[in-house]
Structures are given as structure tokens and as C-alpha cells.
Design a protein around this ligand. Structure first.
Ligand code: FMN
Length: 243
């Protein structure tokens, strides 16, 4: 017969082993993105949930640009001599609704920087799956020694409000006039007003509603290009939903 001491020791050891096993299991789970092993709850009143629960976050080794996903747009511009060029820009965003304004941040050393500085004009062209290769190319070659329109088989289009050309093959072209240039460090931010929009008529229905979801747009996230996934809701859907 086992002594009480040995019995207790045995049960303590078993408990410790079970705890260790549990911890190892959990640690294993923690390295899977989006899971800590805790279940997420659905809010009784709002019905909002659909997460995997809190995730196990660790500090990334160095702070940097992490606002992803981003658009990878092709910015077309032209010199005062009219020679067109394209630069791919991911540091781009909408900054104001009224007046409609956007920003693109460009390094001083880019060939396009001087063109945009001199003319105060550029066109932001949205990119889709078919334009992905050209967008990458225009982001790796300089207009100083390449005719990127020709080399990417692209057509300069006539803009309605500015002299800078659009890219005829792009689903949407946004004509912009520079209002302010803000030096930030590595990049200067061009704050620009949107003067005109040209969209591929193929994405408009008979009621003149734009179906941008059919344009096969792409996005850029941490060095990689992606097409957009499935539509999972529309603006305000979480509060419209029937409980
Ligand atoms: C996906 C992608 C995003 C880029 N984003 C920017 C950007 O936001 N600002 C910038 O100055 N350069 C950016 N670049 C780099 C320029 O596009 C690249 O240096 C280009 O060759 C400059 O062309 P240019 O000398 O004809 O102006 C990006 C490149 C790629 C591939």
C-alpha cells in the first residue's frame, strides 16, 4: 500500500504534468494567427462578433510603415515638354471629402517628383489584376531612362481638367491639381484636389451606378500584391442587420 506521502506526491506530479500539457497546447495555439484559445462572444444586443477572439500580439522588431493594405496606384504625369511618365505609388490616400482631396507621398529622388513639382498636376490611376505587372514595372524602372508607357503597352489618355495624361487602360483615373507640398522626411506629401474622374463605362449600369466591385482591383500589403477577396458587407451593414 502506498503511503499518504507518496499518494500526494503522485497526484501533485500528475496535476503538474496536466498543467504543462495544457500550457504547451495553448502555446501551440497562440502561434496560430488570430487564436489564443479563448472563444469570442456575440454581443447580445448588437449581434457583433465574428472574430477568433483576442490574438497573441508580440512587438514587431522595429517600428515602421504598417498601415496595410494600401492601394498601389499608377500615377501618370508629364514634363513641361509633354513627355509622359508613370510612377507607382503606395503611400497614397484620401484626405478630404469636400473639397475632394487626396495625397501621394513621393521621394525627391524620383524622376516624377520634379515633373509633378513643376507642373502641379498628376493623375492617379487605379490598378487591377491586368495592370499588376505594369504597376510593378513602373515602380521598379525610372522614367529617366525608360519610356514606361511604351514598354508597358499603355496608352496616354487625354485628361479633361489638366494637361497631365491618364492611363487609358486603367479602370478609374483621378485628375489632380497639387494644392500643397509638405516635406516630411524621406518623402514629400503632395496634397491635391480632385478636379475630375474618368471611369471605364463598362462598370456603369443603365442607372449610372458604378460597379467598382467588378473592376478586379488590386491592393498592396507588406511587399505583396493581392486581388480583393469576396464582398463581405456594405457600408452600415452591421447596424442594418436584423437581430
Ligand atoms: C508597389 C510600389 C509602391 C511604391 N510606392 C512608392 C511611393 O509611395 N512613393 C515613392 O516615392 N516611390 C514609391 N515606389 C517606388 C517608385 O515607384 C520607383 O522608384 C519608380 O521607379 C520611380 O519612377 P520615376 O523615377 O520614373 O519617377 C513604389 C514602388 C512600388 C513597386
Amino acid at each position: 500500500m502506498k503511503s499518504d506521502y507518496r499518494k500526494n506526491k503522485h497526484s501533485e506530479n500528475k496535476k503538474r504534468k496536466d498543467r504543462d500539457k495544457k500550457e504547451i497546447k495553448l502555446r501551440g495555439k497562440n502561434i496560430q494567427p488570430g487564436r489564443t484559445g479563448k472563444r469570442s462572444l456575440k454581443h447580445k444586443e448588437t449581434g457583433v462578433s465574428e472574430t477568433n477572439g483576442p490574438v497573441n500580439k508580440i512587438s514587431f522588431e522595429k517600428p515602421g510603415n504598417f498601415l496595410y493594405p494600401l492601394p498601389a496606384v499608377m500615377v501618370s504625369c508629364a514634363g513641361v515638354d509633354g513627355k509622359p511618365n508613370i510612377i507607382t505609388v503606395a503611400w497614397a490616400g484620401t484626405v478630404c471629402t469636400n473639397p475632394p482631396m487626396l495625397s501621394v507621398s513621393i521621394r525627391k529622388e524620383r524622376y516624377s517628383y520634379d515633373l509633378i513639382r513643376e507642373t502641379g498636376e498628376f493623375v492617379v490611376n487605379l490598378t487591377n489584376r491586368k495592370l499588376a505587372g505594369a504597376a510593378d514595372y513602373c515602380g521598379c524602372r525610372s522614367g529617366r531612362d525608360h519610356d514606361k508607357f511604351a514598354e508597358c503597352c499603355l496608352t496616354p489618355g487625354k485628361s479633361e481638367h489638366i494637361s497631365a495624361p491618364s492611363i487609358q487602360e486603367a479602370p478609374v483615373s483621378i485628375e489632380c491639381k497639387v494644392r500643397q507640398v509638405i516635406p516630411l522626411g524621406s518623402h514629400d506629401m503632395f496634397l491635391a484636389e480632385v478636379l475630375g474622374i474618368q471611369v471605364d463605362a463598362g462598370y456603369m449600369d443603365e442607372k449610372k451606378t458604378l460597379h467598382l466591385e467588378n473592376a478586379d482591383l488590386i491592393t498592396y500589403s507588406h511587399g505583396k500584391y493581392f486581388t480583393l477577396g469576396n464582398m463581405i458587407g456594405t457600408f452600415g451593414y452591421s447596424v442594418r442587420r436584423k437581430k
